[in-house]
Design a protein around this ligand. Structure first.
Ligand SMILES: NC(=O)c1ccc[n+]([C@@H]2O[C@H](COP(=O)([O-])OP(=O)(O)OC[C@H]3O[C@@H](n4cnc5c(N)ncnc54)[C@H](OP(=O)(O)O)[C@@H]3O)[C@@H](O)[C@H]2O)c1
Length: 366
């Protein structure tokens, strides 16, 4: 490939400031490029370089987790608030290649994982993250397994613990218990000693009941939610779906005044016709900035994950994983070059657990 055919990742709008310090000798890496909202090209771009005067970490990517937000941003769902960029991916697990001079926790060769937002670019051989987003890879997970954890587990953890103040003995209902976020929410709530109920489709009954050992399963396709819970009142409903009907019912299933309804998806996607897209995105933003409101007698939280809290929250999540209380469930592993296929599968929004892109094949276990 000629130099002209190669592109500097640092020159692309919306991509964080890779290559602040220009490489002394130009090095190149493979990365997935987004075109027309889909990852259609594996291209060769300039390898990112950290700013040695900052808290940045350069990571040699082993695996990148796939999340709905990757393709939602790429297809413009959050534009103009969060415009699409040429490069994508937030979840990463890999090895530290270099650190800035303010980084004291990590050194070259450490295995790390994290959600690098608001940066992007983990669908690549190298990425840059702030050290506040990162933690050490759990010892008992492979790189692929650990890449499945950060964004979804942080969402479940921050939503349940920081936002809804989950405590032992609480009764928790997880809407969408089989998905990337939901399967972590079920496990985290159980790890904190909650009595957990979960909705999913019949095809995910064994995932919920056997793999996650959750004893209360509700098939949302055939059962009426209010009837299925048989008069139970919940302390927390954790909604990872955004389906209007279930969420509307959830209000009346919560304990009045003290119950918490936490949703990761405040606007039902099916409620958003394209000509209202812009307005919908603005509403999303306003809702997600709204910390909490008392609405219809419960504490309502339109919640957004804070990946920059990773250094604080991921160690607890790692502890649960290393203690055997939490485990990512991997539906599918694909090579980096198959990112478009991974997105097609993720776009069904019927994933059982997580989809992961393997960037560098490795036998290395913890
Ligand atoms: N606010 C934030 O900061 C934040 C953070 C993370 C994710 N999110 C959003 O949260 C949503 C979930 O993310 P994810 O990574 O968990 O997605 P995912 O892995 O695709 O999981 C979606 C799950 O939803 C279930 N589902 C679909 N329709 C359902 C319904 N009507 N009732 C109950 N369950 C239903 C599916 O289960 P079945 O296959 O069994 O139907 C599937 O397991 C996405 O929209 C994502 O963008 C927001």
């Amino acid at each position: 490939m000629t130099t002209e055919a190669k592109t500097s990742i640092s020159q692309k709008a919306g991509v964080p400031e890779f290559a602040k310090v220009p490489p002394s000798a130009t090095e190149w890496m493979k990365a997935i490029r987004i075109r027309d909202g889909i990852p259609d090209v594996t291209t060769t771009v300039e390898k990112p370089v950290i700013d040695y005067h900052s808290a940045q970490v350069l990571i040699k990517v082993k695996a990148a987790g796939v999340n709905p937000v990757d393709w939602k941003i790429a297809r413009g769902d959050y534009s103009p608030l969060q415009p699409a960029s040429d490069f994508t991916g937030y979840d990463v697990c890999g090895e530290v290649e270099a650190v800035g001079d303010q980084v004291t926790r990590f050194k070259k060769g450490d295995a790390v994982f994290g959600d690098i937002a608001p940066r992007a670019g983990t669908y690549a051989e190298y990425c840059v993250a702030d050290d506040r987003n990162l933690d050490f890879k759990p010892k008992n997970l492979t790189f692929v397994e650990a890449a499945a954890v950060p964004l979804a587990a942080l969402t479940a953890y921050q939503g349940l613990i920081h936002t809804a103040h989950l405590k032992s003995g609480d009764k928790v209902l997880v809407l969408g218990g089989a998905g990337g976020v939901g399967h972590f929410a079920v496990q985290i709530a159980k790890a904190f000693g909650a009595d957990v109920w979960a909705t999913a489709s019949e095809s995910h009954r064994s995932l919920i009941c056997e793999e996650l050992e959750c004893s209360h399963f509700i098939d949302y396709k055939t059962q009426n939610l209010a009837a299925a819970v048989q008069g139970q009142k919940f302390d927390i409903v954790f909604d990872s779906v955004g389906a209007k009907e279930a969420r509307d019912q959830a209000f009346s299933l919560l304990r009045p005044h003290v119950g918490h309804l936490v949703t990761t998806q405040p606007v039902d996607p099916s409620d958003r016709p394209s000509y209202l897209k812009l307005l919908g995105a603005a509403m999303d933003y306003v809702w997600k900035k709204t910390e909490s409101v008392l609405w219809r007698d419960v504490n309502y939280h339109a919640f957004i994950t804070d990946a920059t809290q990773g250094a604080q929250d991921l160690p607890t999540i790692r502890g649960f994983i290393e203690d055997g209380k939490l485990r990512p469930r991997i539906q599918e592993v694909l090579p980096l070059e198959k990112a478009a296929v991974a997105w097609q599968h993720s776009q069904t929004l019927h994933t059982g657990g997580k989809i992961v892109l393997e960037v560098e094949q490795t036998e290395k276990q913890a």
